[in-house]
Ligand binder design. Sequence first.
Ligand code: ASP
Length: 330
Amino acid sequence: MKKILMLATGGTIASRAGDKGMVPQSAPPELLGALEKFREYYDITYKVILNLDSSNIQAEEWRLIARSIYDALPDYDGIVITHGTDTMAYTASAVTFMLQNLHKPVVFTGSQIPIGSPLSDAQSNLATALAAIDHDVTGVTIAFNHKLMRGCRAVKVRTMGFDAFESVNSQNRGEFFADGIRLVTERFPLRGERCELKSDICNEVFLLKLIPGTNPEIFGRLRGMGYRGIVLETFGAGGLHYQRRDLSAPIKRLVDDGIPVVVCSQCLYEKSDFSLYEVGRKVLATGAIQSLDMTTEAAVTKLMWALGQTSDLEEIRKIFATNFAGEITF
Ligand code: ASP
């Protein structure tokens, strides 16, 4: 029987409707009841480490979650983290970078409807997460709607549908069907024997989605506010305007001063390539870093994590040129 730790952090899965809207409960009886049933198959320990709607989960909580996982790793075969769905992809990506060389399964899950409701997807999502550990799906994974996705490739794409997450630019790690499980057995090669906790992270990263006509002054303002890194969601395969409102010049000033600017696409699927068009090449010439086919969530958390490790722009470039856990395709 697999020994599994379940770390609860809140979210809809543990919520109940009240006068102020849905609010998470630390140990809802329906969740404890569900765990009792799963204990027929798994040796489960349940621990509440946070009790938050995931909109309130930020870098401080990522550090706590990563530390709690790291401390428990030697004693368990795998760890399930129940978490709100809204920012789960950010937490799963951040934790992926914080836990280097992760050789055991760490599975995030949650639900679209609270576990106490008859229509809830919580039971099946929990069952999927536990089964991922039973099948030794190592690394950080999100289990949702009978699918397993790499934490650093998952994106929340639906607000109401049960198919709330997609694995973007990377196949699912597994899927559960009535006749069994189809797992992608390929594992990401580890860089060392032991898992290392590297949870330092920088909160001063800004994500800017361009619109046609974005005022170039924004970059100076962001700098004045103390931001140390910027992720830019640009147009299509990779382009931004330089006529009338030249966005390249202020980006170059930031990069020349050692502030990393990571450029990605506003399109959800497929890679960006800033070498294709003149409007992209101009930004490449500034020294901006391409995020290729990374999700925005992965690009943002990778930059936050990179700036937590170093302030040296060349080191940050090297971090972005490294595939740590399957988050990018070179
Ligand atoms: N607002 C909730 C949260 O992210 C939504 C959910 O869990 O599905 O905590």
